[in-house]
Design a protein around this ligand. Structure first.
Ligand code: FEO
Length: 397
């Protein structure tokens, strides 16, 4: 793939990783692959904004060579330390050792602790600018969106925002722009990205969006570091982020469970019938079978979570336990939750679920439901009623 010109003299020189299927240490499955986007700005000075994951350094450098000799690069903006964006720096710096790397103070520390490079580093802060000739770049620190070092770069002359991970999607494609790809896949991956990476940072994101709004920046293009570039309607993703970050979920319930011999699954299905008859939308997933990245995405706009597990060694089963560890870290707001599960002689699973739900900052909306061995007809009716009661709470009853 040749470099792609986004604006006159500004090129995508990233790579498409079609085959990556897990991210962040297997906490996130990337069913559509991803891209690592780097952008080359050719002006009186030559500037590269971010690099790519290390194994792809050669491909990025080859793409840069199509435009300029990499030895001519004057500046490299490191918006973020994480290795999927900085991994190619050591290889690149060998070709342009005179280049100045710019980033936040935390970025300087982080890059050194990753690569131990003897590079010239210029620390930048919010409001600092860098002149490239006809164009300039302005920097905006964005701590914890999503690492302490994170930063956005903005080019006012081109109305171009380069926000690194923010507004990205794990979506490999032969195309580079939002008007060239399937909109459902694009927004699905943008939502998946938000739910699985940014959800716990929602309060900070709302604050940052407000800060950017007050600056009244003209933005005609948003070029993130993963996936598709927003040029047709860049504010579409900004508005979507604002809606997700506000955490105003819909009257919808996600039932996530794990079952040993099918009893907890029968309970889950009976509960779902009650939710349906209460008029509440629901989705039901066995987390031992379903991609948890998908389940978490579904939970982003659901007001209710019902978690179920059979009891094993007086505890939860391992897949739902691991799943809840992830959910706990999201600290979801404005949610209702409940626990259910079958047991043989001790019902420890529901107590464990209740404990994790409370740690996540959610008070259980109704007493947990435990049933010994297989639910009989009467017990299935109790499960159904549990679903109805939870559904009524979701609807505010
Ligand atoms: Fe935070 Fe795409 O790395």
């Amino acid at each position: 793939m040749k470099p792609i010109e986004l604006k006159k003299g500004i090129y995508w020189v990233g790579v498409v990783d079609w085959n990556v299927r897990s991210f962040h240490g297997h906490t996130y499955t990337t069913k559509r692959g991803t891209t690592y986007n780097a952008y080359l700005i050719v002006d009186e000075k030559i500037c590269l904004v971010d690099t790519v994951f290390g194994p792809f350094a050669g491909e990025m450098i080859a793409r840069i060579r199509e435009i300029v000799d990499p030895a001519r690069i004057d500046y490299i903006i490191a918006n973020h330390v994480e290795t999927d964006h900085s991994g190619a720096l050591p290889a690149l710096m060998r070709l342009c050792p005179q280049a100045i790397v710019l980033g936040t103070e935390k970025c300087k520390e982080g890059l050194y602790k990753h690569y131990f490079g003897d590079w010239t580093f210029q620390v930048v802060k919010t409001g600092d600018t860098l002149s490239l000739g006809k164009r300039s770049l302005t920097f905006m620190e964005a701590p914890m969106i999503h690492w302490p070092d994170s930063m956005f770069t903005y080019c006012p002359q081109e109305e171009l925002l380069l926000p690194n991970d923010a507004f990205g999607q794990h979506l490999a494609s032969s195309e580079r722009f939002d008007d060239e790809v399937d909109q459902c896949a694009l927004m699905d991956e943008a939502k998946t990205y938000y739910a699985n990476i940014l959800w716990p940072l929602s309060t900070l994101i709302l604050r940052k969006l407000e800060e950017v709004r007050k600056l009244d920046l003209a933005i005609s293009m948003i070029a993130p570091s993963h996936g598709i570039i927003w040029r047709k309607d860049p504010l579409k993703i900004v508005h979507a982020y604002a809606a997700w970050a506000k955490q105003e979920p819909a009257d919808k319930v996600v039932i996530a469970y794990e079952t040993m011999w099918g009893a907890t699954e029968r309970m889950a299905r009976a509960i779902s019938e009650g939710l349906r008859d209460a008029g509440v939308e629901f989705a039901l997933y066995n987390v031992a079978e379903t991609d948890r990245t998908q389940v978490i995405t579904e939970m982003l706009d659901a007001k209710g979570f019902l978690f179920g597990s059979s009891t094993h060694d007086n505890d939860m089963l391992p897949a739902i336990a691991g799943f809840l560890e992830l959910v706990k870290g999201f600290k979801p707001k404005k949610r209702l939750a409940g626990a259910f599960g079958s047991y043989g002689w001790a019902g420890g699973a529901v107590k464990e679920i209740e404990a994790v739900v409370k740690e996540a900052g959610i008070e259980p909306a109704l007493p947990s439901l435990g049933i010994r061995f297989m639910p009989d007809e009467k017990e299935l009716k109790a499960c159904y009623q549990f679903g109805v009661d939870f559904g009524m709470k979701i609807k505010g009853g």
